[in-house]
Design a protein. Structure first.
Length: 792
């Protein structure tokens, strides 16, 4: 904190202190040449004497500071004349700041041919700046700031090739800035606070010693030259202020050649175009102010490389996209403003903690930075696991961070709904005329069913594309049945249900109270948009009572991808089996029904859709109200990049469902699905979770070892043994199911049965469950089943 404080203080005083520093420097220079105390005794030359007299005549001196400039002038160089310094009878400096002088500067000042410094700042001198300054080849400093000079800056100053400081700021100068390309010693130029117009001379962009350039608060127009620095010259520009002008065009990429730049202000202009990503090369930059322009495009992530950045203002532009995650790296950033743009997405928790909401306000689609702008379906990026972290099954407990996010989300539900109502009002109104009849369908689309089918004649085939004007994204409905818009979806309150390698799953409650499961895919690991759409359209066509239907997908303007599925309130088989209350047994018929349902779903995938699941686990086998199962997550690997899929396979390995050959093959096939199904059946039979190993043996190995020892009954779940005792299960049924499961998990893929055979055998084991598992899917209202027991 102390450091920051110092920094801020230093920054604030920079202008003042640098100016004082230069005055001091010039003073030292002169003192080393001549001391006013020890006059060199040479009487002033005639030309200089006349020059000074004319100079005095031009001025108005209400406080008589120039009273000492009297008499014959024999003492003009003696130190007796206020503000005059000479060397060998020639005037080298006129320094009369803060003297209340008016009038003007005579052209005769050009007679003072040895003049090195002209310092008349902070007076009220007006008129034109004399052309004749151009004759003064020794001139090093011109400080005329804070006066009333008008007219234009004489181009003749270009002749003063030794000039180091030119400060004409805060006058009434008009016209254009002359070329200073011959003034190769210029160190500081301050022309700010005038009324200069025209373009910025290209010559100013390539003066190697130039360290401070202030052209701010003028009326400069045209574009900023794109010729800053030169590759082979060391370039010292430290501060570049071009703000408050009428500059247009884009921020030139060549600015990144200015390796010493610490302050860059281009705010309050008419700049358009995008921010060049090369600004990230300005490794010493402390202040970057691009506010109040018309800059478009994304904020380059490279800005996050500028570790010295202290103040960043991008407010009041037309920037789009998300705030780059790399901004989290800006440890020294103490002032950030991205307000009033068209930014979207979540603000990182770090930034929203560090800066208050006025840094982010005025970006309708930006969220997460304040209580009044919660993120609907966009988790804060830190919640998404990085590709290297193994995913957890969907049943795992929410961690504290998520819990807080969820609580915040819930507590703001009311506000959010209000906001969404406002957003979607106009959209709804517009589309209500051509969407007549969807209301009657709406209710039944809510959760589990395929019941929506037939709700609207003739619309069950094909997909329905809506794109939202507000979000710019693309929402594609399959079946054409779910009556929500992209805005509805994005505004829905969402609760995290689980996470996997591919993304995060939310339970989203739409405006009308209906619930859907939304999977937000991790953007970086999905296929390109075109491939993605081809694959997702194929997935959206798959319909089977035992396969969770993909109802819609959404691709956002920044490539974010959401998949919308039916929401099943009962959760997953994993939770159903392993996370239930002690007195809620799952009976044998229910377990068989589940096994048969999984086999049916997989058979449809393999034979009708020519697709493999690739990642079957009990966590993605979902239950609806009647314990009918629906398999989720099938075919998702087709949407993801190859790297993501091998990562997923590795994760599946850890969970215990992965066929052994997959660690080498890297690509799932029907036989690897059979293996996973075998593990699921073993899970149903034993009641054990495959991720728990026993004495280093995975579930199939453990079952095989027990069976070999002929203690077969030991493998079965105690509840099933009770069922057997009560007569609802027979020993044969259990043993045959166990044999089938062990057949499925045979280490040799060729030895495993195919899905058709498995289904046939399961149906033979328990014929009486066949009918009921095929029955029509539930039409239950959302949320009416909240106990995890079931099965009775
Ligand atoms: C430039 O001029 C402005 C206006 O006079 C002043 O505020 C600023 O401090 C000056 N900067 C430098 C470095 O001299
Ligand atoms: C010139 O100015 C000095 C200092 O103000 C004063 O002492 C002196 O009398 C003046 N001489 C004339 C001739 O006005
Ligand atoms: C710079 O100097 C060269 C050679 O002395 C001269 O020809 C040219 O006109 C000068 N340019 C300016 C802008 O003064
Ligand atoms: C600035 O200069 C322009 C002419 O170039 C003039 O029209 C305008 O009134 C001036 N503005 C101010 C504030 O002096
Ligand atoms: C800027 O310059 C234009 C002409 O080039 C003039 O019309 C306008 O008044 C000037 N703006 C200001 C603020 O002086
Ligand atoms: C800059 O240096 C490179 C080699 O480092 C050379 O090829 C090039 O010609 C130089 N450019 C100029 C303008 O001197
Ligand atoms: C930026 O502004 C200039 C002039 O005002 C215009 O010619 C150009 O087309 C604009 N560029 C963009 C990308 O809007
Ligand atoms: C400047 O930045 C660009 C893009 O960020 C990069 O490709 C380039 O290598 C950088 N140049 C230098 C000289 O650092
Ligand atoms: C700068 O940032 C970009 C994107 O954030 C990154 O890819 C690049 O490696 C960084 N460059 C340096 C030199 O740090
Ligand atoms: C961050 O600020 C501190 C204190 O002002 C400074 O010492 C440090 O060098 C800065 N870090 C960078 C990378 O500029
Ligand atoms: C910038 O955004 C504003 C408001 O969003 C819009 O009116 C304007 O047309 C946009 N300008 C450009 C150049 O995109
Ligand atoms: C950000 O900029 C806006 C508009 O320029 C301003 O109203 C707000 O106060 C600024 N916030 C901060 C933290 O600087």
């Amino acid at each position: 904190m102390a450091n920051h404080h110092q920094f801020r203080k230093k920054h604030k005083n920079m202008n003042e202190s640098s100016r004082l520093f230069f005055l001091f420097l010039l003073l030292l220079l002169q003192l080393s040449n001549v001391s006013s105390q020890s006059w060199d005794g040479v009487v002033i030359t005639q030309a200089d004497f006349q020059g000074l007299q004319a100079f005095k005549q031009g001025l108005v001196d209400p406080f008589n500071y120039l009273q000492s400039w009297n008499g014959t002038g024999l003492d003009a160089c003696s130190g007796a004349w206020t503000g005059i310094k000479c060397v060998l009878g020639e005037v080298i400096a006129i320094q009369l700041p803060w003297k209340g002088l008016g009038g003007h500067i005579t052209e005769k000042v050009g007679q003072l041919t040895a003049l090195r410094k002209l310092s008349l700042h902070d007076n009220s001198i007006g008129g034109q700046i004399p052309q004749s300054l151009g004759f003064l080849r020794d001139l090093r400093g011109i400080n005329l700031f804070n006066n009333r000079f008008s007219g234009s800056i004489p181009a003749s100053i270009g002749n003063c090739v030794l000039l180091q400081t030119l400060d004409l700021s805060n006058n009434l100068l008009t016209g254009s800035i002359p070329s200073f390309s011959n003034n190769t010693k210029l160190y500081r130029i301050n022309l700010s606070y005038n009324n200069l117009s025209g373009e910025i001379p290209v010559g100013l962009t390539s003066l190697p010693p130039l360290t401070f350039l202030f052209l701010n608060n003028n009326n400069l127009s045209g574009s900023i030259p794109d010729s800053w620095g030169e590759a082979n010259k060391s370039y010292h520009l430290n501060t570049l202020y071009l703000d408050h002008n009428s500059l247009s065009g884009s921020v030139p990429a060549s600015i990144s050649n200015l390796h010493s730049l610490e302050q860059l202000s281009l705010n309050n202009n008419g700049l358009n175009g995008t921010i060049p990503m090369e600004v990230g090369n300005l490794s010493k930059l402390q202040t970057l102010d691009l506010s109040k322009n018309f800059i478009t495009g994304d904020i380059p992530a490279t800005i996050g490389n500028i570790s010295s950045l202290f103040q960043l203002d991008l407010s009041g532009n037309n920037l789009t996209g998300e705030i780059p995650l790399s901004f989290d790296n800006l440890a020294n950033l103490t002032s950030l403003n991205v307000s009033y743009n068209n930014l979207s997405g979540p603000v990182s928790p770090l930034l929203s903690r560090k800066f208050n909401s006025s840094s982010f306000a005025g970006n309708i689609q930006l969220c997460g930075y304040s209580a009044s702008a919660p993120c609907p379906l966009a988790p804060s990026p830190s919640v998404i696991p990085s590709p290297s972290t193994p995913s957890e099954p969907a049943t795992r407990k929410l961690n504290t961070k998520e819990l807080i996010l969820t609580i915040v989300g819930i507590s703001l539900l009311f506000l959010l709904l209000l906001f969404c109502a406002l957003i979607s009002f106009s959209f709804k109104r517009k589309s209500s005329s051509d969407k007549k009849g969807t209301d009657s369908v709406k209710k039944s689309t809510a959760v589990a069913g395929t019941t929506a089918k037939g709700g609207k004649a003739g619309s069950t085939t094909g997909s329905d594309v809506t794109s939202s004007g507000d979000t710019g994204g693309k929402l594609v409905h399959f079946d054409g049945q779910l009556a929500f818009t992209a805005d509805d979806l994005l505004c829905a309150t969402a609760e995290i249900m689980g996470k996997s390698t591919y993304g995060t799953v939310y339970k989203a409650t739409l405006e009308d109270g209906s619930q859907v499961a939304v999977k937000r895919l991790r953007e970086k690991i999905t296929k390109s948009q075109k491939e993605f759409e081809t694959e997702v359209n194929a997935l959206g066509k798959i319909r089977h009572p035992n396969l969770l239907a993909l109802r819609a997908y959404y691709v956002g303007p920044k490539g974010e991808k959401l998949l919308v599925f039916d929401y099943l309130p009962k959760g997953s088989l994993a939770a159903f089996l392993h996370a239930r209350a002690p007195d809620t047994p799952v009976d044998w018929p229910t377990r068989m029904k589940i096994a048969i349902g999984v086999a049916r779903g997989l058979l449809h995938l393999h034979s009708q859709a020519s697709m493999v699941h690739g990642n079957l686990t009990s966590a993605n086998i979902l239950l609806d109200d009647k314990s009918t199962i629906k398999i989720s997550d099938y075919g998702l690997s087709r949407l993801m990049s190859a790297a993501a899929n091998s990562n997923m396979i590795a994760t599946a390995g850890a969970l215990g469902y992965r066929a052994p050959e997959l660690s080498k093959l890297k690509k799932a096939n029907p036989k690897t699905d059979v293996y996973s199904l075998g593990v699921v059946i073993l899970e149903l039979l034993t009641g054990k979770s495959p991720s728990d190993t026993t004495n280093g043996l995975d579930l199939p190995q453990w079952v095989a070892s027990v069976v070999e020892e002929e203690w077969t009954n030991e493998v079965f779940d105690l509840e099933l043994m009770k069922d057997a005792a009560a007569g609802s299960a027979t020993g044969d049924e259990l043993v045959n199911a166990l044999k089938l499961a062990l057949h499925c998990v045979d280490p040799s893929p060729a030895a495993r049965p195919d899905m058709q055979q498995i289904l046939k055998q399961l149906e033979e084991i328990k014929p009486e469950v066949v009918e009921s598992s095929e029955g029509p899917s539930s039409t239950g209202e959302p949320g009416d089943a909240d106990d995890a027991g079931g099965g009775e």
